[in-house]
Design a protein around this ligand. Structure first.
Ligand SMILES: Nc1ncnc2c1ncn2[C@@H]1O[C@H](COP(=O)(O)OP(=O)(O)O)[C@@H](O)[C@H]1O
Ligand SMILES: N[C@@H](CC(=O)OP(=O)(O)O)C(=O)O
Length: 460
């Protein structure tokens, strides 16, 4: 069985969905498939924006609701202009009515808990899948849409729920074996054992596909998107970015961790466990080979494999001569950030141990500093810590590659290229795996730095 996941870019409008229909009809000729779909492009962002507006008591969420209604009804009409879409249209209308009541409730109580946010975010996939399933049926492919909340079991960590994999694998296998025809599965969403809706983290439909692949012992998991594969850098910023033909799972994890949103970091885990190859394919150019991701480290004559970047990050710099003698200062810093539920993206510590530099998402900067100042208030008052500096509006860039391990001179080449271009580096870190070197720069230097590094390691 092939698991084929189509992201928001592949179902952005009726035209894209028709291209997906052609790809699916071809695939079905070759053997059994199960399909995973995301919300139409931009819908999840709109839903989360509507939740924020409703929580703030701003009426703008009504316009978003109306736009969603129009977009989904028009898409259904364009896909099936002549067939009977009454059932599907009624289902879409009912979902949108439910969403409307939910957002109205949020606006009345001026509160949107992480649990409620997950429920709001879930409507994107719940709207797209019935429409796509109805379209495939209209093409003569016996498709049946499946609500993944009935199969994927998670904990209660809303927004980034942890999957209970063994029970999930059993539930997926049981559920899908009962589906007649082609399963059209909602990506991104899941549920707790109490049936409360959760989500797998942004970009999480890839992970859904990998879970389905693992549960069904698939021959391959294919991530269909709008680029020819995993590229040597984000093609939106680096014109000379090229498709990486083969990637190891570890390299793919590093690239996705450091911002290559083309694939969700957790996607690789089920594949590692079950030796299932992952493919990144282009819905707009299905004949292109794509990128194959497997356990093996492919042969390459490049010293690095790719470059990734994470935008909207911030640095917290804690510095002071008095830090030298403070036992466990680092663990206290990490303890405070853990209590703040802040994810540390990168850390670099001066060898003199008198400074610690931490990189976090900009959206978590305020909370991180609040908890850190609380934890270090004694040292701050006694001036043993002299400096506590926050730097927002930054960017992390990482160079990644299995061949970097034990290959001297990469850091030198990287930072001399940046220095020669007058690009200032604010912090540096190297992963213990020696498969990545990451550094922090000002946000406005992002495009220049990505191209300088790409030219340095992949000269024309
Ligand atoms: N290294 C990379 N290789 C390929 N695409 C990348 C990379 N880094 C960032 N991207 C961006 O990721 C996008 C695909 O991810 P996403 O927008 O989530 O697609 P989908 O909606 O299909 O899930 C591409 O259009 C590209 O702009
Ligand atoms: N719709 C969800 C899940 C997802 O994976 O979307 P996409 O496949 O478009 O990245 C999101 O936007 O996060």
């Amino acid at each position: 069985m092939r698991i084929m996941k189509f992201g928001g870019s592949s179902v952005a409008d009726a035209g894209r969905i028709k291209a997906v229909g052609n790809i699916v009809q071809q695939a079905v000729q070759e053997g059994p498939v199960a399909l995973v779909f995301s919300a139409m492009k931009g819908v999840t962002n709109s839903l989360l924006e509507a939740a924020d507006l409703a929580q703030a008591g701003q009426s703008g969420f009504w316009e978003i609701l109306q736009d969603l209604r129009t977009r989904h009804e028009e898409t259904l009409g364009e896909l099936i202009p002549d067939g009977d879409t009454t059932g599907t249209a009624q289902g879409v209308a009912q979902l949108l009515e439910e969403l409307s009541e939910l957002l109205h409730g949020v606006s009345l109580v001026r509160e949107c808990s992480p649990r409620t946010r997950d429920l709001v975010a879930s409507f994107g996939e719940r709207l797209s899948c019935p429409i796509i399933a109805a379209y495939l049926v209209s093409l003569g492919s016996p498709a049946q849409w499946v609500d993944a909340r009935e199969m994927i079991l998670t904990d209660e960590n809303h927004g980034n729920a942890l999957v209970k994999t063994s029970r999930t694998y059993q539930a997926i296998a049981t559920h899908l074996h009962a589906v007649e025809g082609i399963p059209v599965i909602t990506g991104f969403i899941a549920a707790t054992s109490q049936g409360v809706t959760t989500t797998l983290g942004r970009n999480g439909s890839d992970y859904t596909a990998a879970l389905v692949g693992a549960a069904m012992a698939a021959s391959a998991v294919e991530i269909w998107t709008d680029v020819d594969g995993v590229m040597s850098a984000d093609p939106r910023y680096v014109d000379r970015a090229f498709v990486i033909p083969d990637l190891s799972l570890q390299e793919a994890m590093e690239l996705s961790y450091f911002g290559a949103e083309v694939i969700h970091p957790y996607t690789m885990i089920p594949s590692v466990e079950r030796h299932i190859p992952l493919w990144i394919k282009n819905t707009l150019r299905p004949s292109a080979r794509g990128t194959r991701i497997t356990q093996e480290s492919p042969e390459t004559d490049h010293t690095i494999t790719g470059i990734a970047s994470i935008e909207n990050v911030a640095l917290i710099n804690v510095q002071g001569g008095g830090m030298l003698g403070i036992p466990g200062i680092a663990s206290r810093v990490f303890g405070a950030l853990a209590r703040a539920d802040v994810n540390v993206i990168m850390i670099s510590q001066a060898s003199s141990e008198h400074s610690i530099c931490i990189c976090v998402r900009e959206s978590e900067l305020h909370r991180a500093c609040e908890f850190l100042r609380q934890e270090l208030r004694t040292e701050l008052e006694s001036r043993r810590i002299e400096q506590f500096e926050e730097q927002p509006s930054l960017e992390i860039i990482a160079v990644i590659g299995a061949m970097m391990r034990g290959h001297p001179g990469i850091a030198g080449k990287l930072f001399s290229a940046l220095g020669d271009s007058g690009l200032n580096v604010l912090a540096i870190a190297q992963g213990s795996s020696e498969m990545n070197i990451s550094f922090v720069i000002n946000r406005e230097d992002r495009k220049a730095a990505l191209n300088v590094v790409h030219d340095a390691f992949f000269p024309a």
